[in-house]
Write a protein that binds this ligand. Structure first.
Ligand code: SF4
Length: 180
């Protein structure tokens, strides 16, 4: 194991299906190699509650669709030195943005009444506060790197991370594309 200090990494999913995180886990045995160089300080895949200030790399999956997403995107931007927008939902809006041409009331009715199998009704509490539209991460905060794909393949995530660890700025378009 190298004696070099580890870099710190944080991840979160906003309005996404978690598929981009599953692709990250598809690094499989390469996760062991990664763990020698990287400490994950905040993520759905580790049990931490606070994103530390000064985190080296932040990765966000999903679009910004709710007030909570917006808060988390801003927190990542504030506390991470380098911010990656991971996957087509984060980069372009993709699936979550399909609701953007509809009135929010119609979206709720479609979800909770028209498509309900039983007890059609809109919940009166615990609903996230939706923004008027679902937006890509970079429409909310500045992003340093965009990694397309739905999801980006594990090899692309590996390429991006190893390039960053080597001190280079990767070009993800070499290894992935929209919808890949
Ligand atoms: S880009 Fe694809 S895999 Fe990733 S969160 Fe969106 S729908 Fe899921």
């Amino acid at each position: 194991m190298s004696g070099a200090p580890k870099i710190t990494l944080a991840t979160a999913w906003l309005d996404g299906c978690s598929g981009c995180h599953m692709s990250f886990l598809d690094l499989d045995e390469r996760l062991i190699e990664l763990a020698e160089k990287v400490t994950i300080v905040y993520s759905p895949i580790v049990d931490t509650k606070e994103l530390p200030a000064g985190t080296d790399v932040g990765i966000l999956e999903g679009s910004v669709s709710t007030e909570e997403d917006l808060h988390k995107a801003r927190m990542f931007r504030e506390r991470c030195k380098f911010l990656i927008s991971l996957g087509d939902c984060a980069v372009s809006g993709n699936v979550p943005s399909m609701r953007n041409t509809y009135d929010l009331d119609d979206v709720f009715d479609r979800a909770f009444i028209e498509n309900a199998q039983a007890q059609p009704q809109r919940p009166s509490e615990s609903l996230p506060t939706l923004l008027d539209t679902a937006i890509p991460i970079h429409h909310a905060v500045a992003v340093d790197l965009f990694v397309q794909g739905c999801p980006p393949p594990a090899d692309a995530i590996w390429f991006v991370l190893t390039e960053l660890l080597a001190g280079r700025t990767p070009d993800p378009t070499q290894v992935t594309r929209f919808g890949a």
